[in-house]
Each structure stands twice: as structure tokens, then as C-alpha cells.
Unconditional design. Structure first.
Length: 339
């Protein structure tokens, strides 16, 4: 139903997350019912590409996730396996680098996120060259629109012939999510950087089509020379990062929780504090590590971190009071330091 809804509002490409054989069976049923151009997002199990590549138009893999499954197998061999099946099925690939799930080996070197992301993307572009595979695109995403601008400019300068898919990941809820996305897209598209876009907002199922409408408005504004944002995103005060309630979400209560977090934290609007509310294990650990207070939602509980340190796992009923407690403590500590 969601695929039909997105198509009705003008989506050209639709992404589905696949993480198990059961998901593959569901994908087969979906493929039989729609002619939409489908992209599969592989999770840790890269070997699923053998089953999904014949069913879809493109497969996205995350370089940072290739280290989790079959750790004894070199990353290049995994990419070689992915490319083999993509080539056999005439399926495109997307090298999808995300600040929330960067290559752990690159991160160990202590580089800034932007440097790590660029190195990771360049490494995998090199793999494509070695394997003589040209049917691919690259994406470099962050929840910070300024980082999205900088890293995509850097990649475009270094690799001008490679198509780029743009997105501000975990842009959050409206209206701030649209503002963040618009800042990044207006800056990049106006410079000729970007071939496809995705708007990622925390929205309930029945309103996901709003992402398509917003994306089309931004593209039309850029085409017409109407710029409604600013060269850089400057935001003082509370920053809530939340992911786009996509098919990776492990509990649908996540969307309602994100809304409740925004309502609860209203008293801290003037504080320069970042709260991350993440819906799955893909980018949840990384984004919650980088936030002052991070919530990472699992199927039956919410993992709660404070500046990367795990406080504990709480039920969906328990998490809000504990979040308020930690938020007030954090504000109190900062007030004491300022005094």
C-alpha cells in the first residue's frame, strides 16, 4: 500500500530494506504486484544480493556494514560477490556511506567523520574500478546539512563523473526536517551536484507521501531560481535528530515516540543539546553515540545513551520519564559549569 501511495504522488524510485530470507519472500510478492523501480537496501547479510538482485533495479550496500557479517572474509571479497550478482542481473549498485554507520576500521584511525566517509567512499569506488563495474552511484549522508554539503562537494570535486544520490539522513520531523533538507539540496543542486534525491522525514505511514511532495517542491524551486534557505545551516537551541520511519524500523511505536520526545523536551528549546531518536539498529548506535542523549529503538525496548555511554534499556512506557530526568540533569550540570 505504501508503494502505491508513494507512486501516486510522483516517486520515481522506491527503496525497501531486506535483512532475512523472510524479507526476500515478501520482496518477491511485492515485485509481482508492482512495476515500480525498486531499490533494495542490504543490511549486514550481503549474501542476500544473490536472491534480490534479479527482482530489483538497484541494490544499496553500506560499506560500514560489510564488517559485521562473516568478519573473516575480506571486504573486497564481499564487494566482489555483490558486484558479481549485480552484473549477472544487470542491476545497479549504490555505495551508501552514512555518518551513523561508518567503516569501523576507518574510524579507528581517529579521523573526522567527513574524512572517514570520503575515504570509505573512495575505497569502494576503487573496488568498482578494480572489478570494472560502472553501473553504480554513491551517496554520502549525514543528519547535519552542512556536513552533507561539504562531503558531497568534496566527493564531486574528486570524482566528477560519478553520479551522486543526495539525502539528509534522519532530518527529523516537520518543519525543521524540511528546512535541513532544503539547505543541503539548494546548495548542492544549484552547483550541479546530485542526480537523485531522497527526503527523509519522521512521518506516520499515511503521510509518507509528503516526502515526495517536499522533494519535488525543492527541485522545482532550484530549477526556477527560487532559493528559500541559507548558504549554511545555523541552528541554536535544542536539536532533535530522528530517522525517517523507513522499512528498517523495528517497532511502529517509534514515530509516536519521536513526537512525544519533541513535546516533552519543549522546556529545553533554548538549550544547545542534541537528542537522537532512532528507529533501528542500522544507524541507531552511531547517531545515539554522537548525541547528548540518544534513544535507539529495538522491537520491545529502547536503548538509552548519554554521550555515547549506555544508561540502560527501557520499555516504551518507561523511556519518556527517564529521558526527562536525564535532560533536566544535563541542563543543571551545564548551568553549574556556567556559574
Amino acid at each position: 500500500r505504501q508503494i502505491s501511495l508513494l507512486q501516486e504522488h510522483g516517486a520515481d524510485i522506491i527503496r525497501i530494506a531486506i535483512d532475512s530470507k523472510r524479507d526476500v519472500e515478501a520482496l518477491q510478492a511485492i515485485r509481482e504486484k508492482t512495476k515500480a523501480r525498486l531499490v533494495v537496501d542490504l543490511q549486514e547479510n550481503y549474501r542476500l544480493i544473490a536472491a534480490v538482485a534479479p527482482l530489483v533495479d538497484k541494490v544499496r550496500y553500506n560499506p560500514g556494514h560489510l564488517h559485521h557479517h562473516e568478519k573473516e572474509v575480506p571486504v573486497f571479497e564481499k564487494v566482489k560477490f555483490i558486484v558479481k550478482h549485480a552484473r549477472e542481473s544487470e542491476c545497479a549498485l549504490r555505495i551508501g556511506v552514512n555518518f551513523g554507520s561508518l567503516d569501523p576500521k576507518q574510524k579507528e584511525l581517529g579521523s573526522e567523520h567527513g574524512d572517514v566517509a570520503l575515504k570509505s567512499a573512495a575505497q569502494h569506488v576503487g573496488y568498482m574500478d578494480q572489478l570494472r563495474f560502472e553501473n553504480f552511484v554513491v551517496s554520502l549522508k549525514s543528519s547535519d546539512p552542512n556536513e552533507v554539503i561539504d562531503i558531497n562537494r568534496g566527493f564531486a570535486d574528486a570524482h566528477p563523473g560519478i553520479p551522486l544520490h543526495l539525502g539528509v539522513t534522519e532530518a527529523g520531523m516537520l518543519p525543521m526536517g524540511e528546512i535541513k533538507t532544503r539547505v543541503a539540496f539548494e546548495n548542492l543542486l544549484a552547483q550541479g551536484i546530485g542526480d537523485t534525491i531522497r527526503v527523509s522525514l519522521t512521518l506516520p505511514f499515511e503521510k509518507k507521501y509528503e516526502e515526495i511532495l517536499i522533494g519535488k517542491r525543492i527541485v522545482e524551486d532550484v530549477y526556477q531560481g527560487r532559493f528559500r534557505s541559507v548558504p549554511r545551516f545555523e541552528h541554536n537551541g535544542l536539536n532533535i535528530i530522528s530517522c525517517p520511519s523507513c522499512s528498517r524500523v523495528e517497532n511502529e511505536a517509534f514515530v509516536e515516540l519521536a513526537e512525544k520526545v519533541r513535546e516533552l523536551s519543549g522546556f529545553a528549546a533554548a538549550e544547545n543539546i542534541t537528542i537522537a531518536v532512532m528507529g533501528c539498529r542500522v544507524n541507531g548506535p552511531g547517531e545515539s553515540d554522537d548525541a547528548d542523549l540518544g534513544l535507539w529503538c529495538a522491537p520491545n525496548h529502547v536503548n538509552f545513551k548519554r554521550r555515547g555511554e549506555l544508561i540502560g534499556a527501557f520499555s516504551y512506557q518507561e523511556i519518556l520519564p527517564r529521558l526527562e530526568q536525564e535532560l533536566r540533569m544535563l541542563i543543571g550540570e551545564r548551568s553549574g559549569q556556567a556559574a
